[in-house]
Design a protein around this ligand. Structure first.
Ligand code: IMP
Length: 428
């Protein structure tokens, strides 16, 4: 069957970009289904490093068509910037290679201003959002007052909708003593809207047509399962469904087409922004997992540059992600980072108020009280960046990966051991 869905199994930043990059070689279409330019992945274009926020990395494979699905919220200005940057590097980003759903929602400058205002008002309780206007845009969508991308087809209508949203927001911003959305930003989004007109299409009809024709479709998840508005540690989540249900509703395709659901998980935990993280570490162990920030693969946000919180692998949450998404397999990334530890810990259960749980509790207060029950595994000293086959891995590294598969009840066919395309170990 023709659809593969790839989903982050943790709090985002699992290394999905390179997994998509490798799966995209077999895909005819790569489609994003949720979120917006809060996402970020780093890819190499020739020798040059490039950060993509909206456009799937499938764009680097010349025969692939990239779709921005109806479940997304799209900042037209950011998208035009990304198109122009890719085009300047010689990548073909014409409307026959990139299509935008007319049903996707538009992030306006009002949403971005409101995101900042709300975060400021929350003070110590702030979510730590990426400040890209994601939450306010989804709020308008479910409140039935959003602007759909399709309205950019008629610039006069789009401008009227835009001004009707921005004017009251400006009153609100003035009252709060914040900067208003100025005319330059209104003009910038109008210009961007005009540029995007040829890219707009009914992507639901397009995808279903391609599926009927036997094309291979890869659905590219953004963020991660633990940031899902339904399944994550609400309210410290994003405002969409990065998990498997979001792929179907965010693209308008049915479950009968799905062949594989691939989860991507780092071999330890990271999180950016606020919210509970039971296995979080501080001090030298966290610093070691994080890296110094000198390398692009160190644990600093692609979109915001913030240092990521780091901790041991949490198999309670990973198992939860496996169940929610029905993963058929897990790809484990960054195994090279664990070389040199004497021992490694994996959380296999929690203790909350004297009770042992093998499932995460639902409320933030309970998760914050959760004490991880750790299993300790022996580490390995050897670097693993050159390993390509299971036999090349030190026994303790192979055992660590095997234990993850056992704890989660799904196969781990592939492990990554470095940032380069070929730094991949086939575990079978
Ligand atoms: P928002 O999506 O900007 O509203 O941010 C909500 C939460 O999700 C914050 O904790 C962000 O740090 C987090 N977040 C959003 N997008 C990503 C991502 O692509 N990777 C990791 N964390 C993300």
């Amino acid at each position: 069957m023709p659809v593969t869905i790839m989903i982050g199994a943790q709090w985002g930043d699992e290394g999905k970009g390179r997994v998509v990059d490798s799966l995209a070689t077999q895909a005819d279409v790569v489609a994003r289904y949720s979120g917006g330019d809060n996402a970020g992945h780093t890819v190499f274009v020739g020798e040059e490093l490039f950060k993509l926020h909206l456009i799937p990395s499938g764009i680097l494979h010349p025969r692939t068509v990239c779709v921005l699905g109806n479940g997304m919220v799209i900042n037209p200005v950011s998208l035009v910037k990304e198109i122009d940057q890719l085009a300047a590097m010689g990548i073909d980003v014409t409307p026959d290679r990139l299509i935008i759903s007319t049903r996707a929602h538009v992030i306006t400058p009002a949403h971005i201003a409101l995101d900042a205002l709300r975060e400021r008002a929350l003070g110590a309780q702030a979510i730590g959002t990426t400040l890209r206007g994601i939450g306010p845009a989804y709020l308008d969508k479910v409140g039935r007052s959003g602007i759909r991308a399709g309205s950019m087809r008629d610039l006069a209508e789009f401008e009227a909708l835009l001004r009707a949203a921005i004017d009251p927001t400006n009153d609100h911003l003035r009252e709060a003593g914040a900067d208003i959305v100025d005319e330059a930003r209104v003009q910038a989004i109008l210009d961007a809207a005009q540029r995007l007109q040829p890219y707009l299409q009914d992507t639901t009809a397009y995808l279903n047509r391609r599926l009927r024709d036997g094309s291979q479709v890869l659905c590219e998840g953004a963020q991660g399962t633990l940031l899902d508005v339904d399944h994550g540690s609400y309210p410290f989540v994003t405002s969409s469904n990065p998990s498997v249900g979001g792929a179907l509703s965010g693209l308008g395709i049915g479950p009968k087409h799905i062949d594989r659901v691939i989860g991507v998980a780092k071999c330890f935990s990271t999180r950016v922004g606020a919210g509970p993280m039971p296995t979080e570490l501080d001090g030298p162990l966290a610093d070691r997992l994080r890296g110094t920030g000198e390398n692009f693969w160190d644990e600093f946000g692609t979109t915001t540059g913030r240092p990521r919180r780091c901790g041991w692998l949490d198999a309670v949450l990973l198992r939860y992600a496996v169940e929610i998404n029905g993963f058929t397999e897990l790809v484990i990334t960054k195994l090279d980072v664990l070389s040199g530890f004497d021992e490694l810990k994996i959380a296999v259960a929690y203790e909350v108020d004297g009770q042992r749980l093998d499932y995460p509790p639902a409320t933030v207060a309970e998760i914050e009280r959760a004490q991880p029950v750790y299993e300790t595994l022996p580490g390995w000293q050897e670097p693993v960046g050159e390993a390509r086959r299971l036999d090349d891995l030190p026994e303790n590294a192979a055992a660590y990966v095997r234990r993850i598969a056992e704890l989660c009840g799904v196969p781990v066919p592939v492990v990554t051991v470095g940032p380069e395309r070929d730094q991949v170990v086939q575990m079978a």
